[in-house]
Design a binder for this molecule. Structure first.
Ligand SMILES: [Zn+2]
Length: 60
């Protein structure tokens, strides 16, 4: 996966080490922007979609 802001690679092992699960937010280590880790539970064949989105408002 890549940071949507700076396109720096973000590895799954980093997410595991930081104990970040689906729905959690964290700061990109490269640009410092706040990101949310999205895990879309599989709808078929157990596939899982993972993505990162930029968090615009921490108060939502
Ligand atoms: Zn970044």
């Amino acid at each position: 996966m890549y940071c949507p802001a700076c396109e720096s690679g973000i590895s799954r092992s980093f997410l595991r080490e930081e104990d970040i699960d689906g729905g959690d937010t964290f700061e990109c280590q490269s640009c410092g922007i706040l990101l949310r880790y999205i895990v879309d539970e599989g709808t078929y064949l157990g596939a899982q979609e993972e993505s990162l989105e930029i968090v615009d408002d921490e108060d939502e």
